[in-house]
Design a protein around this ligand. Structure first.
Ligand code: FA5
Ligand code: MG
Length: 476
């Protein structure tokens, strides 16, 4: 069991994570509640919906063209999670309000791209032309039915290679860019057709805001983008056709997707893919043409290629109609017995237990830079796009005393774990006298597995109030 170790002999506290010891420093913010979720390997548990979804994605990006990896240890360096991917030093994704730090150099990975560098190094020694990686990822975030501090991602990448010729001076020279381009074109032409309706290409040719990399040939980059988009459209077709077939009796609708211009430090041009499903546009993934410096740094100067990253729960919730992200962590047979390897079936909810709402109101000081303490959805890449899984307001690391909404979420998680369904801001006003701001959050305590007793909820809520006194807020 992963646990925080409180050492009173003077060397400070630390944690044991998957058998490996770590010593905390002043950046550490992992908790027992988050470490308790490390090592469950749900994506590797047969008959679990996340495993079924992973296998479905792998069936589209299959061996021997793609090497299908899993990465079970989520503890990675800040170098692998951020630096090698080109995250600027002040990128909000690095903030302690968004990311779980084991110590100042070590985090629980916030995305599968943390393994991109290692996977690229593997590629330089092996014959496969691409890969997928599936892993659990960790983000400090809001609490509701589609957000949990651990979720799963899959990353995919594909590349094409030039060849090297010996020079008379004893060195080597890269040759065959035209042949490489022709190969990409041939692979593109060999991809099957699909019947999706594509509503928007996402500023595909907007070179000002979504540029082709300086070191790339424009036509070659364009072919890579087309291959990337078509490959992912085929994934959507495969997955959503399976979902439609699992719902006999409902009208088979024409599947619609759209591409949205995006930004990631490690790809350019970059896109997000959204699919129109049961009346709304849903963001499924981010992707783009891999930054050449990143390939070069892994010894792949002779390659060009694409990469994508997809949220596995997001797909699984659509595929199986699972209404609450906490259910993936359930050990209840009424949940687990409903899923069988290789089958997409509609989830039959078991009866809902009654919710119990408790409000908490408090004053916060106005933040000095005027930034909002109330988080938008966190992101491992985006700095420009709006809405959905995009930008974050403030790199709160620079102001350790400022209140951030994610800190409330963390307190509630630590006390109540999966017994909380959501935490919502329900009221907000500024006192004209003191110019202090008042916030009111509503905590919805509800188990997916049983009815909570009044005493139990009262005791949980008392502990929450008690823990909140440690934050820079004043409970009303
Ligand atoms: C990334 O994490 C990038 N690493 C993706 C990438 C890889 C881009 C390779 C380019 C090349 P982002 O933070 O947008 O990007 O997350 C990717 C996907 O993970 C989202 O589209 C969404 O499907 C899923 N996701 C993000 N945040 C959450 C969350 N809190 N809960 C569930 N799923 C989420
Ligand atoms: Mg995103």
């Amino acid at each position: 069991q992963n646990k925080i170790i409180h050492d009173t002999t003077g060397s400070g506290s630390g944690a044991n994570i998957l058998g490996q010891p770590f010593v905390f420093d002043d950046v550490s913010n992992v908790t027992d509640s988050i470490l308790g979720l490390v090592g469950r390997n749900l994506y590797d548990t047969p008959n679990h919906p996340l495993h079924i979804t992973r296998k479905l994605i792998e069936s589209v990006f299959q061996y021997p063209l793609y090497k299908n990896h899993i990465a079970s240890n989520p503890v990675v360096t800040t170098k692998d999670n951020f630096d090698v991917l080109g995250f600027p030093k002040d990128h909000p994704g690095r903030s302690r309000t968004d990311t779980y730090y084991v110590d100042s150099q070590t985090v629980l990975r916030t995305h599968t791209s943390a393994h991109q560098h290692a996977a690229f190094q593997y590629m330089s020694q092996n014959p496969e032309k691409g890969y997928t990686i599936c892993a659990d990822v960790y983000r400090r975030d809001s609490i509701d039915r589609s957000h949990f501090p651990v979720f799963h991602q899959m990353e995919g990448a594909r590349m094409w290679q030039q060849y090297r010729m010996k020079t008379t001076k004893g060195g080597t020279r890269l040759m065959g860019q035209e042949e490489r381009k022709a190969q990409i074109k041939e692979d593109l032409d060999n991809l099957p057709e699909h019947s999706l309706e594509i509503i928007d290409e996402g500023g595909h040719h907007n070179y000002k805001t979504n540029p082709v990399q300086i070191s790339h040939d424009e036509k070659e980059s364009e072919l890579v983008v087309q291959h990337l988009k078509r490959s992912l459209e085929l994934l959507v077709q495969r997955v959503f056709t399976a979902a439609q077939e699992a719902m006999p009796g409902t009208k088979q609708e024409q599947l619609k997707v759209r591409w949205v211009e995006a930004y990631f430090p490690f790809t350019s041009p970059s896109f997000e893919l959204e699919v129109f499903w049961q009346g709304e546009w849903l963001e499924l993934l981010g992707c783009g043409v891999t930054k050449q410096e990143i390939l070069n740094n892994a010894g792949l100067n002779d390659r060009i290629g694409w990469a994508w990253g997809i949220g596995v729960e997001r797909l699984a919730m659509l595929l199986f109609e699972i209404p609450d992200i906490r259910l993936f962590w359930s050990q209840d047979e009424r949940f687990l017995s409903q899923f069988k390897e290789g089958q997409i079936t509609r989830f039959k909810p078991f009866s809902k237990y009654p919710p119990c709402y408790k409000d908490v109101s408090f004053w916060v000081r106005p933040s000095p830079d005027g930034a909002s303490p109330i988080g938008a959805e966190s992101s491992s890449g985006v700095a420009a796009a709006a809405g959905g899984d995009s930008t974050k307001a403030s790199p709160a690391e620079t102001q350790p005393a400022a209140f951030h909404e994610n800190d409330i979420m963390e307190v509630v998680r630590n006390v109540a774990g999966t017994l909380v369904e959501d935490v919502k801001l329900v009221d907000e006003f500024v006192s004209p006298k003191t110019s202090k701001k008042s916030l009111c959050y509503r905590i919805n305590y509800r188990s997916n597995e049983r009815t909570l007793t009044n005493e139990e909820v009262n005791s949980l809520h008392d502990q929450v109030l008690q823990q909140l006194t440690k934050l820079p807020i004043e409970i009303r």
